[in-house]
Design a protein around this ligand. Structure first.
Ligand code: ADP
Ligand code: MG
Ligand code: ZN
Length: 479
């Protein structure tokens, strides 16, 4: 029996974070709202209503196109995609067809063999979302709040080869969308939806096999399981001399298998034609340049910078840059640590170790914790200077996390000593007891400052305010 390999292409729909909908002024923040409260004649598809293009949605789409190294069209055209379904009151969806907004980009992933690989992006285009059906016994209800929300569709070339590569691609895409602030990317809330196209062919055969489209993938796990299942199924069909039929399948999570939904529709079925109620969208190069200037530092660049600037390992940097808020938090903590003479490495360690563990246990995000970056830096400084052990540091962090109190306070069970006079005396004593270190410091070994801070901390059993101590030491050591 010959070996088989899979060919995978992904289609992702991401909800954009605009204030109003794609073609009307309705509030786009519909999550959790009473059904049919965010609607108007436009998004209900009433006759005579006219769409207006949401400028913010176009800007967000162009930002994504730029971040994915795409060519941005000079003219993009909205087209009608015609089909009937009860969640689509107009009987057509405004989308883009032959003139999409962005084309020919790529996303870098690690690749199955650990060697960097580019997944080509075929197109990125804008469209509107449909309403949502709720099936109740022998009838259905429809909520049009979602109707007309801006969606970005991102389609790859068939460049993915394994379920793991597909997962990496999706994670990377979501990270980029979040860095840009254009989508929450929350799959559980339907803000990011994936469809996987997958085919199988004998290794060595140049042509692609017949593909199957799998819908209803609501998590990264579902994508992986569905692809594994489909690859196994198609391989068996081919190995037994059969033919894969081109169909659309749904992933049935409960049964752990794909289920045929319908025969694959062709482009012709949709009778695409340019939307007569909207002008072609002209995108000036000046506008694109303006948007390009607004691009934030993206995950790959930030990861490389973290390695170069902070001396982190590639995997540490990957963890810290996988979320923009985490990366921002880390850099703020590094800044606060620098003022205490603490290097980035232990801060990375405490953040991605203990603090992550606490966040996960409480199921909250970094932005919701009461431990500020400066507070984390203070804790790390206490441990690094030897004022407290790493072991008690964990307990201290736990209490900081629960109460929002500062490390110095908790470490001693008492309020910190930051009385200048008291601390000045202790600093004098420490310096007097270590003349050799004082000389070495004054001869240029300024990294000894940390060691002195640690000595004062020990002398006060961790009660001293390290900032005050640092300032006092600097003053005394540099007369
Ligand atoms: P369709 O017209 O059926 O939607 P497209 O050519 O537009 O097909 O491709 C849709 C998606 O399927 C793209 O992501 C593409 O990369 C992927 N794809 C195309 N051909 C194959 C194939 N033989 N096997 C797996 N994926 C494929
Ligand atoms: Mg398609
Ligand atoms: Zn509306």
């Amino acid at each position: 029996m010959s070996d088989y390999e899979a060919i995978i292409g992904m289609e992702v729909h991401a909800q954009l974070l605009t204030r109003s909908k794609m073609f009307c002024g309705c509030d786009a923040n519909v999550f959790g709202a009473e059904p049919n409260t965010h609607v108007c004649p436009v998004c209900l598809g009433l006759p005579g209503s006219l769409p207006v293009i949401n400028r913010r949605a176009v800007e967000q789409a162009i930002l994504v196109g730029l971040a994915l190294h795409c060519q941005i069209a000079e003219t993009a055209v909205f087209s009608r995609k015609n089909y009937f379904y009860p969640d689509l009151p107009k009987s057509y969806q405004i989308s883009m067809y032959d003139f999409p907004l962005c084309q020919q980009g790529w996303i870098g992933i690690e690749g199955a063999e650990g060697s960097p690989k580019r997944i080509r992006i075929r197109r990125v285009h804008l469209e509107e979302d449909t309403g949502k059906l709720f099936h109740a016994g022998n009838y259905s209800l429809v909520d049009f709040n979602r109707s007309g929300l801006p969606l970005l569709e991102i389609v790859t070339e068939p460049d993915l080869r394994t379920p793991e590569e597909a997962r990496q691609y999706l994670v990377k895409l979501r990270t980029i969308l979040r860095y840009l602030g254009v989508s929450s990317g929350d799959m559980e809330k339907g803000a990011m939806r994936c469809e996987a196209n997958v085919s199988v062919r004998p290794v060595g055969v140049p042509e692609f096999g017949t593909k199957v489209e799998v819908k209803n993938l609501n998590s990264f796990r579902a994508v992986k399981l569905a692809l594994e299942y489909e690859i196994r199924r198609q391989t068996q069909v081919l190995a037994h001399g059969g033919q894969v039929r081109q169909v659309t399948m749904g992933w049935n999570e409960g049964q752990g298998r794909t289920v045929e939904q319908r025969a694959k529709e062709e482009a012709d079925d949709y009778r695409y034609f340019p939307e007569p109620d909207l002008p072609p969208l002209r995108i000036s190069r000046a506008w694109v340049d303006e948007l390009a200037a607004r691009l934030p530092e993206l995950p790959d660049a930030r990861r490389a910078r973290f390695v170069a600037q902070y001396g982190l390992s590639a995997s540490e940097a990957a963890v810290l840059t996988s979320d923009r808020d985490v990366a921002d938090y880390f850099e703020a903590a590094v800044q606060a640590g620098r003022e205490r003479g603490i290097p980035p490495r232990p801060i990375s360690h405490w953040l991605s170790g203990e603090l992550f563990r606490l966040l996960k246990a409480e199921n909250i995000e970094i932005g919701q914790t009461r431990v500020t970056p400066a507070a984390l830096a203070e804790l790390v400084a206490l441990v690094e200077t030897g004022a407290i052990t790493a072991h008690s540091g964990k307990a201290v962090l736990q209490e900081m996390f629960a109460t929002g109190r500062r490390a110095g306070e908790i470490a001693t069970g008492a309020t910190q000593v930051d009385d200048q006079e008291v601390l000045a005396q202790i600093v004098e004593q420490v310096l007097a007891a270590h003349p050799e270190q004082v000389n070495r410091y004054r001869a240029g070994k300024t990294t000894l400052l940390n060691w002195f801070v640690g000595e004062v901390m020990k002398a006060t059993r961790g009660k001293a305010n390290p900032q005050v101590v640092t300032a006092l030491l600097e003053r005394k050591l540099n007369p």
